[in-house]
Design a binder for this molecule. Structure first.
Ligand SMILES: Cc1cc2nc3c(=O)[nH]c(=O)nc-3n(C[C@H](O)[C@H](O)[C@H](O)COP(=O)(O)OP(=O)(O)OC[C@H]3O[C@@H](n4cnc5c(N)ncnc54)[C@H](O)[C@@H]3O)c2cc1C
Length: 393
C-alpha cells in the first residue's frame, strides 16, 4: 500500500484527496501490470476502461464533457502518479489523451473544442501530438514539415518521427512550418488520421510497451478550420502545452518510484539472510531513507509546479522543468536500488522491478530530455538574475 501522507499537503483541496482515493481504489481493482504482445489492443482496452471509469474526463474542461472547470494539473498529476504505480501502459494511454488534446483545450477555436474534446473525454477519439522529426528532436525549430495555404485548406508535407499513438490515433496535432523562415513560421494543425496522404511508415519497438511510430504526410489537405490558435503560434502552442505536461511526466516517474520503494520494502521485510530480515540491516535501512527522501522531494516539486499553475495561474516553465528533471532522474535511481535490494529476483523478466526498470527510461528523454530541462532551468535562473540587476538600478 503506497504512502498517501502527501495528500495532507497544502497543495491539495478535498476534491483532490477524494480523487486520489477513488483512482487508487479503481486502479487496484481494474488494472493489471501485465502486458501481452498486442500492445495496440491493450492500449485501446485501457482507454475504454479509463473512459468508463470517468478518468479521461480529467484531461478536458467541464464545458466539453470534462470533470473540472479548466484543465486541473494537480488532478492530471494525481491520476498519472497512481496509474504509473500500477501500469506504465495504462499511464501512457491516459497521458497521451491529455498531451494530444491540450493544444485544443488551451489554444483551439470553439469549433475544434466542441468537435473533439467530448470525444477525447469519452475515449471515442484517440489523440496524438506530432512535433519530433529525424532532424528536429531537442531542436524543435529545425523542423522541416511544411504547411502551405491553398484556398480554404492547408496542405502538409513531411515526416514526423517517434509519434506516440501512431497508427491508433484518430487525430494528430501536427506542428509544421511555412516555408518562410523565422519564429512566426510555425503552425499547429489538427490532422485527422483519415485525411488523405497520411501513412504510418514504421512502427518502433522500444524497451517498454508503447505505441510508437513515424508518420508521413504527403500532400495531406486539412480545412482552414483545423488551425489551432493563429498562424505563427505553433511554437508557442507546443511549448505552452509542454510546460503543463512536463510536471505530469514527473508525476508518472513518481508513481514508478513509489512502486519500486514499496516492492523493495515488502521484499526486505520478508527476505532473511545471515539469520535476520534484510530490513533489519542498517545498510538496507539507509537505502530506504535515501529512496524515501527522493520520493518526497519529487512529489514536492511535481505538486508545487501543478499548484503554481492551477492556483497562482502563473507560467511554470521553471517549476515544471525542475519537476520533470528531478523526478525522472531520481526515479531511475530509486528503481535501480529496488532491483539491487531484490537481488536476482529483481531482474527476472516480467517481474515488477524489471518492468519498472524498463518503463522509467524513456521519461528522461521525451518531452524534452534532461539536458534540455537543465538548459531551461539555467535560462530561468539567469533571467531572474538579470531582472534582479535591473531592479537594483
Ligand atoms: C517513448 C517515446 C515517445 C515519444 N513520443 C513522442 C510524441 O508523442 N510526439 C513527439 O513529437 N515526439 C515524441 N518522442 C520524441 C522525443 O520527444 C524526442 O526523442 C526528444 O525530444 C529528444 O530528441 P532526440 O531523440 O532526437 O534526441 P536529440 O535531440 O538528438 O538529443 C540526443 C542527446 O543530446 C542531448 N542534447 C541535445 N541538445 C543538447 C544541448 N544543446 N546541450 C547538451 N545536450 C544536448 C539530448 O539531451 C540527448 O541526450 C518520443 C520519444 C520516445 C523515446
Amino acid at each position: 500500500m503506497p504512502d498517501r501522507s502527501f495528500l495532507a499537503w497544502p497543495f491539495f483541496d478535498d476534491s483532490h484527496r477524494q480523487l486520489a482515493d477513488a483512482i487508487s481504489k479503481w486502479a487496484r481493482r481494474e488494472i493489471s501490470g501485465e502486458v501481452g504482445e498486442a500492445v495496440d489492443q491493450q492500449c485501446r482496452e485501457f482507454l475504454s476502461s479509463l473512459a468508463s471509469g470517468g478518468w479521461l474526463r480529467y484531461v478536458v474542461p467541464k464545458q466539453y464533457g470534462g470533470a473540472t472547470e479548466s484543465l486541473d494539473v494537480r488532478s492530471v498529476c494525481l491520476i498519472r502518479d497512481t496509474l504509473a504505480y500500477h501500469s506504465g501502459l495504462a499511464e501512457f494511454s491516459f497521458a497521451m489523451q491529455g498531451l494530444g488534446s491540450a493544444p485544443i483545450t488551451l489554444f483551439g477555436s470553439e469549433e475544434l473544442k466542441r468537435k473533439y474534446l467530448p470525444k477525447v473525454a469519452a475515449g471515442e477519439a484517440i489523440a496524438a501530438f506530432a512535433i519530433s522529426e529525424a532532424e528536429a528532436g531537442s531542436d524543435l525549430r529545425a523542423m522541416q514539415t511544411t504547411a502551405r495555404r491553398d484556398g480554404d485548406h492547408y496542405v502538409i508535407d513531411g515526416k514526423k518521427n517517434w509519434i506516440s499513438n501512431a497508427g491508433i490515433a484518430d487525430f494528430y496535432v501536427t506542428y509544421c512550418r511555412f516555408p518562410e523562415a523565422g519564429e512566426k513560421a510555425f503552425v499547429a494543425l489538427l490532422v485527422e488520421a483519415s485525411a488523405q496522404g497520411i501513412t504510418v511508415s514504421e512502427r518502433i519497438e522500444v524497451i517498454a510497451p508503447h505505441v510508437l511510430g513515424n508518420v508521413i504526410f504527403h500532400e495531406s489537405r486539412v480545412p482552414a478550420s483545423a488551425l489551432i490558435g493563429r498562424e505563427g503560434d505553433g511554437l508557442k502552442i507546443a511549448l505552452g502545452t509542454l510546460d503543463i505536461f512536463r510536471a505530469s511526466v514527473g508525476a508518472a516517474a513518481l508513481g514508478f518510484a513509489r512502486r519500486a520503494l514499496d516492492e523493495a520494502v515488502c521484499f526486505a521485510r520478508e527476505r532473511r539472510q545471515f539469520g535476520q530480515a534484510l530490513s533489519d540491516f542498517q545498510i538496507t535501512q539507509a537505502k530506504f531513507a535515501d529512496m524515501a527522501v527522493v520520493v518526497d522531494t519529487s512529489a514536492l516539486l511535481v505538486y508545487r509546479a501543478a499548484w503554481t499553475r492551477d492556483v497562482l495561474m502563473q507560467p511554470v516553465t521553471r517549476e515544471a522543468a525542475m519537476a520533470k528533471l528531478y523526478a525522472t532522474e531520481s526515479a531511475q535511481r530509486v528503481i535501480d536500488e529496488a532491483v539491487q535490494i531484490l537481488g536476482a529476483r529483481g531482474v527476472i523478466a516480467g517481474s515488477i522491478t524489471e518492468r519498472l526498470y524498463r518503463e522509467i527510461r524513456a521519461l528522461r528523454i521525451y518531452e524534452g530530455a534532461s539536458e534540455i530541462q537543465k538548459l531551461i532551468i539555467a535560462g530561468q535562473v539567469l533571467k531572474a538574475a538579470a531582472a534582479g540587476d535591473e531592479h537594483a538600478r
